[in-house]
Design a protein around this ligand. Sequence first.
Ligand code: IPE
Ligand code: MG
Length: 225
Amino acid sequence: MDGNGRWAQQRGLERPEGHIAGVEAVRRALKAAAAEGVEYLTLYTFSTENWGRPKAEVDGIMELFCKSVVAETPELKAQGVRAKIMGDRSALSEKVNHYIDRIESETAEGDRITLIFAMNYSSRHEITESFKDMARRIAEGQLSPEEIDAETISRNLYSSDYPDPDLIIRTGGEYRLSNFLLWQAAYSELYFTPTLWPDFDKDSFREALDSYARRQRRYGLVETK
Ligand code: IPE
Ligand code: MG
């Protein structure tokens, strides 16, 4: 979800206004995804690198998350949404952790779509932690190096309960993954659009899915007729 700040600046607004508009775009994207039969929607909400932004902006994003949890939970439940958070929760405030627990527990029964917020997420950190964990288990004799395969590593990531993404959409005109799901994206289709996140709507989502539908996923194999 990139482009909130620029969206605000273009309108002569402060950056936080862009994040507020971004929440509206989340609501639309979720609705569109559920309507299209998407089963997992992961939103890169806050990266580990985002801590380096001005404190007021960081605090604003965290506050917006907490407020949105309160405001949106009834609707999420009504829509059959199961909300989950993925990332290093240890650096998030007690308050944010409280709201994470709240949204996860209150929506636990949702069976239509899983909405995953990547919060304080960094793919390299996730992979590093999983290596440490495996090294520890090897040292303790619970795991042998020969047992480690791609499956073992996948099971050791925050995303262990979710399938790899079929499609990764990046808004805001940047052509990079910025430390997002690097391991999981091995065979993901990538879609980049200049549309700023607050402008990303139902039609934009449809366009991304249409582009995905035209791709041929070969996974390193040759075309089969
Ligand atoms: C995305 O928009 C915000 C987050 C998810 C933290 P940005 O704040 O990065 O917006 P630009 O790139 O400055 O326009
Ligand atoms: Mg940005």
